[in-house]
Design a protein around this ligand. Structure first.
Ligand code: 5AD
Ligand code: SF4
Length: 424
């Protein structure tokens, strides 16, 4: 989501006549696209903004801008101005369309500080903005913005407002244009794609219509929510060969007690039922998840339930997070667990997931998979890498001219979660 927002911001800068530089000391403008979902992300970004102070001293004309969901927290714009007086622009997630005029005002009218951070429930965030796509073979397409779920640990509904679905007409036009430009992969984005709704379109109808667009391309989507997960989506994936057999379905915890406290509104049993249905209808599917440790009051038994769920599901990959309290959320007011307990638990989860990912690698050995080549391998000379339909990364001998092309690769070896093969 943030990567795609950065592409929109880069599009605005290109229109304003800026180009990118690798040398930060040479920059005329530095923009921080922030994220506040976890404490670590926020601390990191505050540290980075602080580092810019000396650059501003060396170049007083340097424009420093801060945008993204961190700015959308109550009082944050004023705090940033106080803490970092060299910042010139602070804009919220719904106000990106004002970035261009804010930069122009600073450049031309020498205005010192512009802040515009407000929720705009009607805004189709950045839909009309130019996009400078940087993600190579994959093009991200927002189908909805915001979230209505208020999971008790999560800041997103506070900083990104309520759910707004884009019209199917706009989404389809954007995808058609991307395919005509030659993008071989499209990823549809939303905090909770399963609650997409626009007139009589639900997510499965939108997905099916996009999949039927002419051309050779892969279609992915994220993120799904177990509470709203609709069997029709599995049926559409099963019937459309270009929709990847790959579902990101965050579970967060395996304990019903914790799921209830998190306000996730599904049980462990319901989650496992969905997994069984997906696996029954989509053989070879890759299922990934987000899992949190250290939610307030999480006991050893609750944690054991999470471990047993991981062992039962065997995710192809899991993004694991240590819970961090976010101001204004319900869970931040609850009694917190000691840092060591949280840390020990996440270390254990990472260990378990690494073992499972590596065991699952063996399933691919000897098989031939269609791979979309994404990039030159950063680690293996003379090789390129790409993904299976199920989302696993594969490295194979090849040159840069393969990037963006589909190839058939026979998987010959595996090293933990990394797969290696040869084009056949
Ligand atoms: N602390 C830790 N992880 C969080 N996530 C969301 N909020 C928090 C928080 N306060 C995780 C969830 C979510 C993913 C995008 O980030 O697992 O699915
Ligand atoms: Fe946050 Fe829950 Fe919404 Fe996901 S569904 S963005 S975790 S509130």
């Amino acid at each position: 989501m943030n990567v795609h927002e950065s592409e929109k911001i880069a599009g605005i800068f290109v229109e304003l006549g800026y180009s990118s530089t690798d040398k930060v000391e040479e920059a005329d403008l530095i923009l921080f696209n922030t994220c506040c979902i976890r404490d670590t992300a926020e601390k990191h970004i505050l540290g980075n903004i602080g580092d810019v102070k000396c650059l501003k001293k060396a170049n007083p004309n340097l424009i420093v801008a801060v945008v993204g969901c961190m700015t959308q927290q109550k009082g944050m714009a004023e705090n940033l101005k106080k803490k970092f007086p060299f910042i010139s622009v602070v804009l919220g997630t719904d106000n990106l369309s004002e970035l261009s005029s804010a930069i122009r005002s600073i450049e031309e009218k020498n205005k010192r500080f512009i802040a515009d951070v407000h929720d705009d429930p009607n805004v189709d965030v950045g839909c009309a903005l130019p996009i400078h796509r940087t993600s190579g073979t994959n093009a991200w397409v927002n189908i909805m913005y915001g979230c209505n779920n208020f999971c008790t640990y999560c800041i997103v509904p506070f900083v990104r407002g309520r759910e707004r679905s884009r019209s199917p007409k706009d989404v389809l036009a954007e995808v058609r244009s991307l395919i005509a430009q030659g993008y071989p992969e499209i990823t549809l984005l939303g905090q909770n794609v399963d609650s997409y709704r626009y007139e009589n379109y639900d997510f499965s109808a939108l997905l099916q219509e996009i999949a039927q667009i002419d051309g050779k391309f892969r279609l992915r989507f994220m993120t799904s929510h177990p509470k709203d997960f609709d069997s029709k989506v599995i049926d559409v994936i099963a019937s459309c060969p270009n929709i990847c057999n790959n579902i990101h379905l965050p579970v967060q915890s395996g304990s019903n007690r914790v799921l209830k406290l998190m306000n996730r509104r599904y049980t462990r049993e319901r989650y496992l039922e969905i997994i069984d249905e997906i696996r029954g209808k989509l053989p070879g599917v890759g299922i990934t998840s987000d899992i949190m440790t250290g939610f307030p009051t999480e006991t050893d038994e609750d944690f054991a339930d999470t471990v047993s769920l991981m062992e039962r599901v065997r995710f192809s990959n899991a993004f694991t997070f240590v819970y961090s309290p976010r101001k204004g959320t319900v869970a931040a007011e609850m009694e917190q667990l000691p840092a060591k307990v949280k840390q020990d638990r996440i270390t254990e989860l990472v260990r378990i997931q690494n073992r499972i990912s590596s065991e699952l690698s063996n399933v691919y050995l000897g098989k031939t998979e269609e791979i979309l080549t994404e990039d030159v391998s950063p680690k293996h000379e003379g090789c390129v890498c790409g993904r299976t339909e199920s989302g696993r990364l594969v490295t194979y001998p090849g040159q840069a001219d393969l990037v963006g092309k589909f190839v058939n690769v026979k998987i010959e070896s595996a090293r933990s979660s990394a797969l290696f093969g040869r084009i056949i």
